[in-house]
Each structure stands twice: as structure tokens, then as C-alpha cells.
Design a protein around this ligand. Structure first.
Ligand code: HEM
Length: 499
């Protein structure tokens, strides 16, 4: 709470909400904001016109790098209430029954730029920052339960293939299916993305998924593996490709507009948080690896543990949404990363990109700042306005004794084997894509086939096209046959590749 008054003061002065007179950035009065200083009637402009110069300089510096992915987004404030007693699983205070935690959620699309339409086929980001009494916990998830890849080393290649070409600046199925034809495990996520779930109707009527397994650690240091699932209370609603195209023809911001309108009329959206839990000894029980982000834990039951209500939109989009920084590394005691190889890469990547995008002190920005005192000797750097007043900037010290607390210790994990670079063993690349296909209604299956065939049909390299078809065929024969027919492929070749 220590920092809140400073935040309020900063907004009051810099935001200018209460100011009656224009000032320059140094606080000095502006005498004329209509006419620049010139040398007489017909002379040039004067270098001493610091107001004009400052206006032009500040204008030219308004943009910061956009997020390298998830650039297009909308943020909303709210509250999370824990409703279950999870003390046997985790010592995290955010999950003490009845505890209330302020949250900030940013929803996003993944691939295209900051100004792109919100209707595009894409996963939707669903990132939640919990300002807990033990520091910030960020649950950085998506609206789909799995991911395309399972190893962080593939992420830059995957994103390069999905982003517009460096040559033509156009997104091209020839490029991303060339990549995905080498990644059979992506067929599960691709099936979700090309179904109507890839075009949710708005941000309120979709679920959120943590995707990875995390670890819960209780007071005794006992570890459980946990997956998180936000279930919308508004009911899931998706768009067909035709509906999405129709909306896109008249509105690039339909989802933001819908969220702001709902909040303005007091129709606050809510999500219930569910968890699935596995003991470490249960991880080996499945025909897939439960720490593989391309897999759902289909046969594990879910328990409800809390509810989130979103009830306030930002007062300034740039400050509260563009400058928000979510990171899977922002964890609190009682919640730890699992050994999921994708998550391990994410734990590094977000804070790293944010140091580039927002600067080394981005966690001091009001939207990112923990609601508890921050006490360490990380210092200086661009944009620092921390509270360091001691000349002891090292630890340990007898002069300023700030100690560690064993409550912050990580859990222990026994290790065996050697260092390695090796794929996981239980890959099961297609089975869950088939389960997903069969879970859809006849109309949803038809839409999936049409959407996927639309892009697969553009692939010129017939090896790539047939390999992709063989993956969907291995997921479900009917799925593969319908796709092959829709793109005019050779079913015999698909079956041969599927062997
Ligand atoms: C944003 C990297 C996988 C969800 C980002 C950003 C990076 C990144 C660099 C931009 C962050 C920023 O500028 O603030 C990665 C890497 C991944 C990965 C390296 C895999 C190794 C995933 C997965 C999910 C996900 C599996 C979902 C479970 C998000 C979301 C955002 C994001 C929601 C936007 C956060 C916001 O609203 O600011 N990712 N990502 N990412 N990523 Fe990932």
C-alpha cells in the first residue's frame, strides 16, 4: 500500500486532470499554445521557443515498441475472490478461502499488429495479474487449452512463420504450414484455432486456460501439479468465418467496444476459476506427458476455486494497457513453474522482452507495481523512481539487516540422469486433435473443415499439403478424408503418409 499515494499524486499532476492552466513538462506556464515564436513578422522560428520544441520532441517519442506478439489488446480491472480451502495444496495467500485480490486482465490477439482487427482468426490472450498481499502473480494464458509447440526453442521460428513474410509483408499459409508440417503435435492446437473457437464473439464469452502445468506447494513443502481454467459465466459464443468477416467490414474494435459497453452498464463479466490437480507420482500414468503443453488433462476432474469479476476500464489506455507487463516469472510462494519445457522458456522470455519494450524498471510503473513494499538492491536504470535512500545497497549487512524469509524458498525436486537435448518420449501427436474434432457438433465440424481447407488449399507444395492432411487423418479418419476432399488432395497419398 506504501506506493499508492505516490501514484495518485503522479496522476494528479502529470495527468493534468486538476490543472486549470497549461504548463510545459517542467511545470512552467505556457503563455501561447496557438502561435510559435518567430523572428518578427516574416522571420524564421526561434530556437528559444522551448515550448514548441518540447511539443514536437514529445510527439515524436510517443510510440514504444509494440509487443512482439499479442500487440492488439484490451485491459480491464477487477477482483478475484477465492472460494475453496486449498491449504492442503498451496500456501499462496491468494487461494485462502474468502480472500479478495485486485486483478488486471489483458485480452489480446496474437499475430497481427496493434491496430489490427479484433475479428481475426487467432488464439486470444487471457493474461491476469493478481496483486496479491505476497506480491504479484501473473497467470498468462490463452482462450484455448493447449499450444502449438512443446519446446520454447521452437517459439521464434513458429512466430516468424505465422507473422507476415519479411519479403512481402503478408501472412502466408505456405510459410506457416511449411513450418507446421515439421511439428505434428501442432495438429491439436491448429484444430482449435481453425474451429469457431479461433473467432470468439467477444472477450466476455470465452474461457481462459493457463495451458501449462504449474506447481502448487503447501506449508510442508509438498508439491502438486496444477492446471488453471477460467470458465466464463456469460456462456461461450463463437463466430463463423462469415459472421467475423461481416463484423470486420464495419468494426476493427468490436471486442473492446463490447467489453467497455458491458462495464459501463454495470453488466460486469465473471469467470469461475477451476483447477485440475495431479500428484507427482501420477504424472507417469498417462499415454501422454502431462507436462506437454500440446495436451489437455482430459481425464482429470476439475474443482472450482474462485471467481473473478471485471468491473472497471482503464482511465488511460497507454498507461494501464500498453505499459502493462505480464510475466510467467511473476509467481508467489506456493505457486511455481513446472518442468514443462515451454513454460521454462516463457519464465525467461517475458521479463526479458519487457526490459527492452518498457525498460529495466517496468515493474515500478503504476499498473505493474506490486501492492506490497518492494525491498531489494536492484538499482538505478532508465525510468527509476524507487525509494532508495540508504547507502547500504548490498546484502548481507549489519547496518541495514534485510533478511531472507524461508517462506520464499522453492520446493525441492530430486534429479537423475545427465544433461541432454532430446525430445520427450510420449509424444501422442494426434489423438487429442481427434477427441476435439469428435466433440464438435456437425455444423462446427463443417466450419472447421471449411476454415482449415481454405488455408491448406493455398499451400502450393503438395508434400507439405499432404503431410498436413495426413496429420488430421491420423487424428480422425473422417476429419482427414473431408479435408482431403475439400482441398482436392490425393487420399491414397494421405493414407500412405499416415502409416
Ligand atoms: C505475450 C513469448 C508462449 C500467452 C508474449 C510476449 C512474448 C511472448 C515475448 C510479449 C510480452 C510483452 O511484450 O509484454 C512467448 C514465448 C512462448 C510463449 C517465448 C513459448 C516459449 C505462450 C503461451 C501462452 C502465451 C503458451 C498461453 C498459455 C501470452 C499472452 C501474452 C503473451 C497472453 C500477452 C500478455 C499481455 O497481454 O501483455 N509472449 N510466449 N504465450 N503471451 Fe507468450
Amino acid at each position: 500500500m506504501k506506493y499508492l499515494p505516490l501514484f495518485a499524486l503522479t496522476i494528479g499532476l502529470i495527468g493534468g486532470a486538476n490543472a486549470e492552466t497549461l504548463t510545459r513538462d517542467n511545470g512552467a506556464l505556457v503563455g501561447d499554445n496557438q502561435n510559435a515564436q518567430t523572428a518578427g513578422e516574416n522571420g524564421g522560428n526561434l530556437l528559444q521557443d522551448v515550448h514548441l520544441i518540447q511539443k514536437l520532441q514529445r510527439f515524436a517519442r510517443e510510440r514504444i515498441p509494440e509487443r512482439v506478439v499479442h500487440a492488439r489488446g484490451t485491459g480491464v480491472h477487477g477482483e478475484f475472490v477465492a472460494t475453496a480451502d486449498l491449504s492442503d495444496l498451496t500456501r499462496a495467500a491468494v487461494f485462502e478461502r474468502g480472500s479478495k485480490t485486485p486483478v488486471f486482465v489483458r485480452f489480446s490477439t496474437v499475430i497481427h499488429s496493434k491496430g489490427s482487427p479484433e475479428t481475426l482468426r487467432d488464439p486470444r490472450g487471457f493474461a491476469t495479474k493478481f496483486y496479491t498481499e505476497e506480491g504479484n502473480w501473473d497467470l498468462v494464458g490463452n482462450n484455448l487449452p493447449v499450444f502449438f509447440i512443446r519446446d520454447a526453442i521452437k517459439f521464434p521460428d513458429m512466430v516468424h512463420s505465422l507473422k507476415p513474410s519479411p519479403v512481402t509483408n503478408q501472412q502466408d499459409p505456405n510459410r506457416f504450414f511449411d513450418f507446421f508440417s515439421h511439428v505434428p503435435e501442432a495438429s491439436h492446437m491448429l484444430s482449435w484455432v481453425y474451429s469457431d473457437y479461433g473467432t470468439p464473439a467477444n472477450l466476455r464469452q470465452m474461457d481462459g486456460w493457463g495451458v501449462h502445468a504449474y506447481k502448487f506447494v503447501n506449508d510442508k513443502g509438498e508439491v502438486s501439479y496444477v492446471k488453471f481454467h477460467w470458465k466464463t459465466r456469460q456462456g461461450i459464443k463463437n463466430l463463423t468465418a462469415e459472421q467475423a468477416a461481416e463484423i470486420q467490414s464495419r468494426d476493427f474494435s468490436h471486442a473492446t467496444r463490447d467489453m467497455y459497453a458491458a462495464i459501463e452498464k454495470g453488466d460486469y463479466p465473471k469467470w469461475d476459476l477451476f483447477i485440475k490437480v495431479l500428484k507427482p507420482s501420477q504424472l507417469s500414468r498417462f499415454n501422454y506427458n502431462p507436462l506437454d503443453a500440446t495436451k489437455m488433462w482430459l481425464d482429470v476432474k476439475e474443482t472450482q476455486v474462485g471467481t473473478m469479476t471485471l468491473n472497471r476500464v482503464p482511465t488511460n489506455f497507454f498507461q494501464e494497457t500498453e505499459q502493462s507487463a505480464f510475466a510467467p516469472a511473476n509467481l508467489v510462494p506456493g505457486i511455481e513453474p513446472s518442468e514443462d519445457r515451454l513454460l521454462q522458456g516463457r519464465v525467461f522470455s517475458y521479463s526479458d522482452t519487457q526490459m527492452y519494450r518498457l525498460g529495466a524498471n517496468h515493474q515500478q510503473l503504476p499498473i505493474n507495481r506490486p501492492r506490497v513494499a518492494v525491498s531489494n538492491w536492484n538499482q538505478d536504470g532508465g525510468g527509476n523512481y524507487g525509494q532508495q535512500t540508504s547507502d547500504v545497497n548490498y546484502q548481507p549487512s549489519r547496518i541495514d539487516a534485510r533478511n531472507e524469509d524461508p517462506k520464499g524458498l522453492y520446493s525441492r525436486k530430486p534429479l537423475t540422469g545427465s544433461t541432454q537435448q532430446k525430445a520427450i518420449e510420449k509424444t501422442l501427436p494426434f489423438a487429442q486433435a481427434g477427441v476435439f474434432y469428435r466433440s464438435l457438433s456437425p455444423e462446427e465440424r463443417q466450419n472447421l473443415v471449411e476454415n482449415l481447407a481454405g488455408d491448406l488449399g493455398k499451400v502450393r507444395d503438395s508434400n507439405t499439403q499432404h503431410l498436413m492432411l495426413s496429420y488430421f487423418y491420423q487424428a480422425d479418419k473422417e476429419y482427414g478424408q473431408r479435408l482431403t476432399k475439400a482441398v482436392g488432395g490425393d487420399l491414397g497419398r494421405v493414407k500412405k503418409l499416415a502409416r
